[in-house]
Design a protein around this ligand. Structure first.
Ligand code: NAD
Length: 287
């Protein structure tokens, strides 16, 4: 029986980490990787992350039983288009690792309608401010949530197959609809990145008037703004891809800030105390 053939497309931080976990969990599978530039391909072969590398995506794709796309979301959608023009193996299982899910799941359903292709959206919810295969790790996703989103092109058994393939990531797999995924990550991840970047920008603006300000940005400010150092490429893409949910969160947050502003202006000390007390209790009870 031929070896199961897995294609990791995009050997960056996420693609490299998935390749490591798949090869380590399934040494008997043939794992190949597509990457545009040569250095990550050389690295992956030297480190034995994969068995084969190429800059020819089509050559690897037509041989694959499973293909995982690890690009920015819009680029992954272009690769789906490209895949639809190839003679892929019957019932090939395609997934991705992008940070938003509705756009790509909808695109896959449209692109592969009526074809013998299975698609499950994926989002391993761990990462790093580092990029590239050199920063990849087999344990990057250990104990992290790994969201799998169904599509009209997937059945329950397909989830078991994908979870088995990715078992060595030691992630906690959760199934959510693409819509649920994007709504929740807007609240817990995408919108907080907007706030962190805005806090840094606001402080920088103020420092133009009082230059010593930035020296006083201590622990609390640093905790709240660490994520402002994330990749602008990745985050502008995410905001474009999940704009509706993020705009909704900005509107809700404006209302919350205005409510606190009213309490402060009116010097309602008891209500302000209750506001902080509620937040403290909720924060301490968070999972
Ligand atoms: P990365 O920058 O480390 O890797 C990106 C990959 O895309 C590289 O292999 C690069 O060669 C390839 N690529 C970029 N433009 C290309 C082009 N025009 N043609 C061909 N290849 C191209 O990024 P990453 O962190 O691995 O992110 C990959 C995906 O995973 C993104 O969708 C990202 O949103 C998602 N993600 C990232 C994190 C994180 O924290 N880094 C976490 C979860 C999910």
């Amino acid at each position: 029986m031929p070896k199961k053939n897995i294609l990791i497309a995009g050997l960056g931080l996420i693609g490299g980490s998935l390749a490591r976990a798949i090869k380590s969990g399934h040494p008997d599978y043939h794992v190949s990787a597509y990457n545009r530039s040569q250095a990550p391909r050389d690295f992956a072969i030297q480190e034995r992350l994969v068995d084969e590398v190429s800059d020819n995506f089509a050559d690897l794709a037509v041989k694959a039983d499973v293909i995982i796309l690890n690009f920015p979301v819009q680029l992954s959608i272009k690769f789906l288009d490209f895949l639809s023009e190839l003679s892929l193996k019957k019932n090939v299982l395609i997934s991705d690792s992008g940070s938003t899910k509705f756009e790509i799941v909808t695109a896959a359903e449209e692109i592969f309608k009526g074809k013998a292709v299975r698609f499950i959206g994926g989002h391993p919810m761990a990462g790093s401010h580092k990029t590239g295969v050199i920063a990849s790790s087999e344990l990057l996703f250990e104990n992290a949530y790994y969201i799998l989103t169904p599509s009209r092109l997937s059945k329950a058994a397909d989830f078991d197959e994908l979870k088995n393939l990715l078992a060595r990531t030691r992630a906690k797999f959760v199934e959510l609809s693409a819509e649920e995924h994007d709504a929740m990550t807007a609240v817990t991840s995408h919108f907080p990145h907007v706030v962190a970047a805005s806090l840094v920008d606001n402080t920088h603006d103020f420092a133009a008037i009082m230059p010593f300000t930035e020296n006083l940005a201590a622990g609390g400010f640093r905790d709240m703004t660490r994520i402002a150092e994330s990749s602008p490429d990745m985050w502008s893409e995410i905001l474009m891809s999940n704009s509706e949910h993020i705009v909704h969160q900005i509107d809700r947050f404006n209302e919350k800030l205005n409510a606190v502003k009213r309490l402060i202006s009116q010097k309602q000390s008891a209500e302000i105390w209750a506001f902080f007390d509620k937040a403290r209790q909720l924060r301490s009870q968070m999972p």
